[in-house]
Design a binder for this molecule. Structure first.
Ligand SMILES: Nc1nc2c(c(=O)[nH]1)N[C@H]1C(S)=C(S)[C@@H](COP(=O)(O)O)O[C@H]1N2
Ligand SMILES: [Mo]
Length: 319
């Protein structure tokens, strides 16, 4: 990949203090001592197995219907450069994330559904067919990666949940685990992390629920044991480690939209033509190689999802 030279308007990424900068200061998470130094094996996704979750087969062939069009990010790069504000505002939070407990795990299904219930993680896995998809992932901070996810279509989860016809949105809430998540102590964030999509988005074949990455159960820092993966939207829409799936007829007030509605809207579709108020979205830096490549509308997934937004006007971030 050619490295595109930095343009004048592109401020160095070290100064794009992203989603957090809007708060005007960084919370210094004192006391977040680095956890025990873990070997590569435990860093890269052995977490779930170690915690006793029965590991389903995850070394599946990627679905050719979703060609990535660029090289995979290395597993090491993808698992050591993360956003997960419950743990830290720094990218090297993977050590801190190892303190998380991910078993037992259950998910509450509630709101506008035929029958509210709680389903265990293993029970859920037993009811879906896992597949692998290589997806591009684009953070609103203008870095990107290319990752093989193991999981199942979000539409399957919607079907299992059996929503009422009145439901218009699906809302995912991340676990709050104060013992392992020092970020929760910070009162400047509206915890818990909440994200959501419309029913049409949730049932679009591209919308995915991931339980694995690189052929292994998800690493804790990557959202173990179960996360959302919405490759046409900025990464902040893909909430990690969710414990609640709620169906509602009201657009949810999502985590980042509460913090800065003018910067992080509900729709958050990737659009290189609409700059973030503080930086350009025209290009993205690939984690691992640092190549800078052009950003594509809908992150290149327009053929799958553009029709969802056909009636909409405005800047396609659709705030
Ligand atoms: N619960 C939770 N989910 C989250 C976040 C977070 O801070 N907390 N960060 C989001 C952002 S901004 C991005 S870019 C992706 C990053 O996923 P990755 O670390 O697996 O690349 O996770 C998203 N999901
Ligand atoms: Mo992000």
């Amino acid at each position: 990949m050619p490295i595109i030279r930095r343009q004048g308007w592109e401020i160095p990424e070290s100064r794009v203090t992203p989603e957090a900068a809007v708060l005007g200061r960084r919370t210094l998470l004192a006391g977040l001592a680095a956890g025990p130094v873990l070997g590569a094996g435990s860093l890269l996704g052995a977490g779930a197995a170690r915690a006793g979750i029965a590991a389903p087969a995850m070394n599946l062939p990627p679905d050719p219907a979703y060609p990535a069009g660029r090289a995979l990010t290395t597993e090491h790069a993808a698992a050591t450069y993360n956003n997960y504000y419950e743990f830290s505002q720094d990218k090297d939070l993977w050590r801190a994330a190892q303190k998380m407990t991910i078993a037992p795990w259950s998910i509450r299904i509630e709101g506008m559904v035929a029958k509210p219930r709680t389903i265990g993680f293993e029970d859920l896995l037993a009811q879906v067919k896992l597949e692998e998809r290589i997806y591009r992932h684009r953070c609103v901070e203008a870095w990107a990666m290319t990752v093989p996810w193991t999981g199942f279509p979000m539409a399957e989860l919607v079907k299992l949940a059996d929503p009422l016809p009145s439901a218009k949105y699906v809302v995912f809430t991340t676990i709050e685990q104060p013992k392992s998540m020092p970020g929760l102590d910070s009162p400047i964030f509206p915890w818990p992390y909440v994200e959501g999509v419309t029913m049409a988005e949730a049932t679009n074949p591209l919308a995915f629920i991931s339980v694995g990455m690189f052929g292994k159960p998800l690493a804790k820092q990557s959202g173990a044991p179960i996360r959302i993966t919405l490759p046409w939207k900025y990464g902040f829409k893909s909430g990690k480690a969710f414990v609640k799936v709620a169906f509602t007829d009201r657009q949810p007030n999502t985590f980042w939209a509460q913090i800065a509605p003018n910067e992080y809207g509900f729709w958050a579709n990737v659009n290189p033509a609409v700059p973030h108020p503080r930086w350009s979205q025209a290009t993205e830096r690939l984690i691992g190689t640092d190549d800078r490549v052009p950003t594509q509308i809908f992150n290149g997934y327009g053929p799958f999802v553009a029709s969802l937004y056909a009636g909409m006007k405005g800047d396609m971030l659709y705030r």
